[in-house]
Design a protein around this ligand. Structure first.
Ligand code: SF4
Length: 468
C-alpha cells in the first residue's frame, strides 16, 4: 500500500493491520473511553442549536459552490496574498510541497522549526523531509508532541495521541522530554505544565514556524487556524518566518461563509460551543516574512470525480472517527494514512489513486453513522460504495469472478440449481458447534476471513415448498 506522506506503521493493508490492532485490549480501552467522551459532548452541544440541519446544509452548499469555482477563488486568494506581501508557492504533489518548505527553511539558515498541528504538513511528509535535510521539527500541539516524543504516528485527526493513556504519557515525558521532573505525575495539569515549560523555551528561541490552516478566506487573503491550546497562536506571532502549508480545498469565498464553519467545527470536533483560540493572519506583520504553499496532491483529480469530490468538503472535525464502530476498535494506525477513520477511507484512496489504497474503501460496515454526524453532510457510505466499484473495475478479483460464473451456470438450469442447493446441506457439518461457519477453504476463505457464513438449513426452501 502506498501512502500519502506518512508510511504505514506496518506497511500492511487495512485487514491485516486491523486484525493486529484488534488484539490490543489496552488500545481498545483507550479508544472507547476517549471517543465515547467526545461523542457524548458533541451530541449535547449539537442538540442545543435549533436548526443544526440547516447549518450543516449551509456548510455543504458553501463548500460545493466553492469547489465548483475553485480556480477563480484560488487566483483571487493568491492575488490578495501577494498584494499584502506574502510569497505564494504552488505544489503539484506532496514531494514538491515538502521540497519547497524545506528549501525555504534551509534558506533562513536555521536548523530548528516550530510547528502548528497541520494535517497538510503530515500529508506531505514534512517531518521526514526535515529529518532528511538535518532540520529538527518541534511539534507544539500537545498531542502531536506526545506522538513525536514517542517516535510514534498520529492515530486521530483531532487527538493524534488518542491511543495513549495518561500513565503512558507520563512515562514518555519522564524518558524523552528534556528537563522534566523525575517525579512527574500523570495528572493532566502536571503533564500540561511540563509541556508548557518545554515549549515556552522553544517559542522564544526558534525563528521559523510552520503552520497549516483550517480555512483560507479568498476575499481578503486571510488564513485561519482554530485550536484549543494557544500554541498555534504563539507559533503564528513570535517567529520571524512563517511558512503555511495549505490544501487548495481549504478556501471559503467570504467572511460570512467562514461564520458558518466556525459554528460547525468546534461543536463537531471537541463538543465545544466555541473553540478557545481562533487566529487569523492576513499577510506578514512588520519584520516578518510569510510564505504560503498551496498544495494540490491529488485534490484536482478528486475534484474531477463527480461522486468522490464531496470528500473535499471535509473540515477535518473528526466527528466521523469518533462515531465509527470500525475506527473505535482498530484505531487510526490500521488505516495506514494521515487521514484515518471514515474520511480516511474515502479521502486517502482518492488522493493517492485507488490502486494504491485498495483495501480502505472496504474498511467500513456502511452503517451510515459517519454521514449522520458529518457537519458538512458528506455521504461517506455512497462514496465508499463508489470507490469499491472502482477497485473492482481496476482489479477484478479472479476467484470471485470465477465463482460468479460457476453460480450463473448452476442457476441457469432448474435441475442443476436444485442439486447444488441439496449438496450445500453437506456444509451443515462444518457449522455444527456455533451454528455458523467460521472458515471455508479457498477461494471461499476470502469471504470467511472477515465474517462468518450461515450454516445451511436442514431443508431447502424448494423442498419445504414442495412438501406442503
Ligand atoms: S468527513 Fe465530515 S465528520 Fe468526518 S472529519 Fe470530515 S467534516 Fe468531520
Amino acid at each position: 500500500m502506498t501512502f500519502l506522506g506518512m508510511p504505514t506503521l506496518s506497511g500492511e493493508p487495512f485487514p491485516t493491520a486491523a486484525r493486529a490492532a484488534l488484539g490490543d485490549a489496552q488500545l481498545r480501552r483507550n479508544l472507547a473511553k476517549a471517543t465515547g467522551t467526545i461523542r457524548a459532548k458533541r451530541a449535547r452541544v449539537v442538540e442545543e442549536l435549533p436548526d443544526w440541519a440547516g447549518l450543516r446544509a449551509a456548510g455543504a452548499a458553501i463548500k460545493d459552490a466553492t469547489l465548483a469555482d475553485l480556480d477563480t477563488h484560488l487566483l483571487a486568494f493568491e492575488a490578495d496574498l501577494v498584494a499584502r506581501g506574502t510569497t505564494v508557492h504552488w505544489a503539484r504533489d506532496g514531494a514538491e510541497a515538502a521540497r519547497i518548505v524545506t528549501d525555504l527553511v534551509a534558506a533562513t539558515g536555521t536548523r530548528e522549526v516550530i510547528k502548528v498541528k497541520s494535517m497538510a504538513g503530515a500529508e506531505i511528509g514534512l517531518n521526514d523531509a526535515f529529518d532528511a535535510a538535518g532540520i529538527a521539527p518541534i511539534e507544539t500541539d500537545l498531542a502531536e508532541l506526545i506522538v513525536q516524543l514517542g517516535h510514534d504516528r498520529p492515530s486521530h485527526i483531532l487527538v493524534p495521541a488518542i491511543h495513549r493513556s495518561r500513565a503512558e504519557i507520563r512515562d514518555l515525558f519522564r524518558r524523552e522530554m528534556p528537563g522534566v521532573a523525575p517525579d512527574l505525575t500523570d495528572e493532566p495539569a502536571a503533564l500540561a505544565e511540563a509541556a508548557r515549560r518545554f515549549l515556552r523555551h522553544k517559542f522564544t528561541t526558534v525563528d521559523v514556524a510552520i503552520s497549516g490552516a483550517n480555512f483560507a478566506v479568498a476575499d481578503t487573503g486571510s488564513l485561519v487556524v482554530v485550536e484549543s491550546e494557544g500554541n498555534g497562536r504563539m507559533c503564528l506571532t513570535l517567529p520571524r518566518t512563517l511558512i503555511s502549508v495549505v490544501g487548495i480545498e481549504k478556501l471559503v469565498p467570504t467572511w460570512s461563509d467562514l461564520e458558518v464553519f466556525l459554528q460547525l467545527l468546534p461543536r463537531s470536533s471537541t463538543g465545544e460551543r466555541m473553540n478557545p483560540y481562533t487566529s487569523v493572519w492576513t499577510g506578514p506583520t512588520e519584520g516578518q516574512t510569510a510564505h504560503v504553499v498551496l498544495v494540490d496532491n491529488g485534490r484536482t483529480a478528486t475534484l474531477a470525480d463527480t461522486v468522490g469530490r464531496a470528500a473535499l468538503r471535509c473540515i477535518r472535525c473528526s466527528a466521523c472517527l469518533n462515531s465509527c464502530p470500525v475506527y473505535a476498535r482498530t484505531g487510526g494506525h490500521a488505516y495506514g494514512s494521515v487521514y484515518p477513520g471514515p474520511i480516511g477511507a474515502v479521502l486517502s484512496p482518492q488522493l493517492t489513486g485507488v490502486a494504491h489504497n485498495r483495501t480502505l474503501p472496504y474498511a467500513s460496515s456502511l452503517c451510515g453513522v459517519c454521514q449522520d454526524v458529518c457537519p458538512v453532510a458528506i455521504d461517506i457510505p455512497s462514496i465508499l460504495v463508489h470507490l469499491r466499484g472502482k477497485v473492482v473495475e481496476d482489479h477484478a478479483p479472479v476467484a470471485e469472478a470465477a465463482a460468479m460464473r460457476a453460480l450463473a451456470w448452476a442457476m441457469a438450469d432448474a435441475g442443476r440449481w436444485r442439486r447444488l442447493l441439496r449438496a450445500g446441506r453437506l456444509g451443515r457439518a462444518l457449522g455444527r458447534r456455533r451454528d455458523r461457519i467460521g472458515s471455508l477453504p479457498p477461494p471461499l476463505s476470502a469471504w470467511t476471513g472477515t465474517r462468518d457464513a450461515p450454516r445451511p438449513p436442514r431443508q431447502t426452501f424448494r423442498d419445504w415448498w414442495e412438501s406442503r
